[in-house]
Ligand binder design. Structure first.
Ligand SMILES: [Zn+2]
Ligand SMILES: [Zn+2]
Length: 637
């Protein structure tokens, strides 16, 4: 019998008979345990039952790897579909992919699923797990698969099959259930240890609103019940912290149908917003940025030059004025390039760093809008840098230094850096791209950041680095980004005069540290659960009187705190102190100052923090000194 050579993860080479299943080789190599759900053959993920026919490399895929989780979750989608078919035989199945942290499956059923149905489906899923059916792959001609699914009344599967080019397709069977699928899958239904069905939603077939409405059931699956519980707790915590709930509850902002995706910032939200802008502005002097103000509405000629008209037009608000087409700017860069080109530049003027807090508008589709994280109207702490090629590395270093400083101030400690490289469709010359990517790698390496490369994920005009911050709920957010532009300077004909007196094209960088302020505020609200640090809190101090007798003293205290430059409010309502404290805590006011007769007589205040810590009454002056020390960027309590 013919034999093959298999190289296992430890580098050892093994001879095996052609047709040996991967699980046998893994077991022989000591690379198998019950955590192993699938295997990688020459980098491709396959079932454990796959029979090897050629020389190859082989590695186990464990359930706690991202690939293993994917296999587990997709297998749980099949499990759910099997249970749904057992309970509701009239249902037609469609597709069941994995998503972040879970999976869904879309079903065609005339009657809507109810939350009670989810419990019943889970029960049947547990029965199927207990039966531990082997999950078997089978390959058959496409025409035979069409006949099979047609005979089962699964018209969506028939439609999918009719759109597939391959002559042979794969099916997966477990017990009485069969699904059309590329795989891979867990070896048996008993491999699924912990799952939960989480919600029901409507979804159009193939995501097209002209098609019929299906019912989507979402679920999640984890290697163990412990990890499932931790995840469900995180979801519950995320609900509590959801900025779409907390923002309006804290009177920071609201959204209304009169302007979809365009938030109204209330007085308190505007305080937070303006302080963020002031803070970034306060760094600009030190980091050598100059602020500019550029138009909101341009003739579309501008975006024809920049290339956005072609690539981005569908996401812009366009209008006709005096027979000419105009557009509201979705980004500042083309305006900044136009501004740069209005005067001559010498190498001595570079780098030029234009910062702009201008409002931007992007036409995000109604269905995709979400709170402050996906909006149509936003402001970025945006800037564009024009420099010589020789200045590129130091400009990137400069940006990294500012990012470090800002992240330090917000206490963002867990940072992951990504490098996004040239996509398939790109503008500009390939030499520029290669040089730009090399520069980004070089400075990141020097800065000591481990880097995850995301091949092909750069913008169409240049490669990009992103500083992803991981929040308390383990969610990753890209905030600071810098991109080297390989296209726009040439398209706008930008030039500077070199020391030799010749003309050269400057290097252009796009960069932001907070990103969109709207999104940043949403992240900050969720990360802090609304307990903004003292320097950002819209109301920093609330003075609470015990009775009407302290009315006058309460006013004096509030005034004194305001005179010292802090945001203070007086609560002198004729209510019980307990209620006043509770309300201030709900509003996440950092400090309450309780004033009764004793305090009024002695000129003192009794501070109380929003987390309930109280301190001995102290002179008002001493408390104000303490505020001055604490209410600075970077301090938390
Ligand atoms: Zn599948
Ligand atoms: Zn830009």
């Amino acid at each position: 019998m013919a034999s093959i050579t298999v190289t296992t993860a430890d580098g050892a080479q093994r001879r095996a008979e052609t047709g040996t299943p991967v699980i046998d080789i893994l077991k022989g190599a000591g690379g198998y345990n019950r955590q192993v759900l699938a295997a990688k053959v020459d980098g491709r993920i396959v079932d454990l039952s796959t029979q090897l026919s050629d020389d190859c490399s082989l590695a186990p895929v464990s359930v706690d790897s991202s690939e293993g989780l994917d296999v587990l979750r997709h297998s749980t989608a099949h499990l759910m579909a099997q249970a749904v078919k057992r309970l509701f035989p009239d249902v037609q199945v469609t597709i069941g992919p994995t998503i972040a942290d879970g999976f869904y499956y879309d079903f065609k059923r005339d009657q809507p699923f109810t939350p009670e149905d989810l419990g019943k489906i889970e029960e049947v899923m547990r029965e199927i797990i207990a039966a531990n059916y082997p999950v078997r792959r089978e390959e058959i001609p496409r025409a035979a698969a069409i006949d099979l699914f047609r005979s089962m009344g699964e018209h969506y599967k028939v439609e999918i099959l009719e759109g597939i080019a391959e002559d042979v397709v794969s099916l997966y069977r477990q017990g009485e259930f069969v699904d059309l699928c590329r795989g891979p899958h867990v070896p048996s239904t008993g491999s699924i240890k912990a799952f939960k069905l989480t919600s029901i939603a409507g979804a159009y077939w193939r995501g097209d609103e002209h098609n019929e409405m299906l019912q989507r059931i979402y679920g999640t699956a984890w290697p163990s019940p412990k990890e499932l519980d931790a995840y469900l707790k995180r979801i519950e915590e995320a609900k509590q912290r959801d900025h779409r709930r907390l923002g309006p509850a804290l009177d920071l902002f609201s959204l209304h149908p009169i302007a979809p995706g365009s938030p109204f910032f209330h007085p308190k939200g505007t305080v937070v917003y303006n302080i963020l802008v002031q803070y970034i502005r306060s760094l600009y002097g030190r980091y050598g940025y100059t602020e500019v103000i550029t138009p909101l509405i341009f003739k579309t000629e501008l975006w024809q030059t920049s290339g956005h008209y072609e690539a981005f037009r569908d996401d812009m608000f366009l209008m006709k004025v005096e027979e000419e087409e105009y557009g509201v700017k979705p980004m500042n860069c083309p305006g900044h390039c136009y501004l740069f080109a209005t005067r001559k530049h010498s190498y001595r003027d570079l780098p030029v760093r234009y910062a702009d807090f201008s409002r931007l508008h992007r036409f995000e589709r109604s269905g995709t809008l979400a709170g402050l994280t996906r909006v149509r109207s936003m402001v970025q702490d945006d800037a564009h840098i024009y420099c010589t090629p020789a200045q590129l590395d130091s400009e990137l270093d400069h940006f990294i230094a500012m990012t470090r400083e800002v992240y330090g101030v917000f206490g963002f400690e867990r940072i992951e850096v990504t490098l996004q490289t040239r996509p398939e469709k790109f503008l500009g010359r390939i030499e520029l791209w290669d040089a730009a990517e090399a520069a980004l790698r070089r400075v990141l390496e020097q800065a000591g950041y481990p880097v995850t490369v995301l091949p092909g994920e750069g913008a169409f005009y240049g490669p990009k680095i992103g500083f992803d911050f991981r929040d308390v709920l383990e969610r990753s957010w890209t905030l600071a980004t810098v991109q080297i532009d390989c296209a726009m300077p040439e398209r706008f004909g930008l030039k500077y005069v070199t020391p030799e007196g010749t003309e050269a094209v400057p290097v252009m960088l796009h960069r932001a540290v907070l990103g969109s302020l709207e999104r940043f505020i949403a992240i900050l609200i969720e990360h802090t659960a609304g307990k903004l640090p003292l320097w950002l809190a819209p109301v920093q101090v609330r003075v609470l009187t015990l009775t009407e007798r302290q009315d006058r003293y309460g006013r004096e205290v509030t005034d004194a705190v305001r005179q010292a430059g802090f945001r203070a409010e007086l609560d002198n309502r004729n209510e019980k102190l307990g209620l006043k404290i509770r309300e201030a805590q709900l509003e996440k006011v950092p400090y309450m100052l309780v004033v009764g007769d004793k305090e009024a007589e002695s000129g003192k205040v009794a501070p109380r923090s929003r987390s309930g810590e109280t301190a001995e009454p102290s002179p008002l002056g001493a408390f104000i000194e303490r505020l001055k020390q604490e209410a600075v960027p970077g301090k938390f309590f």
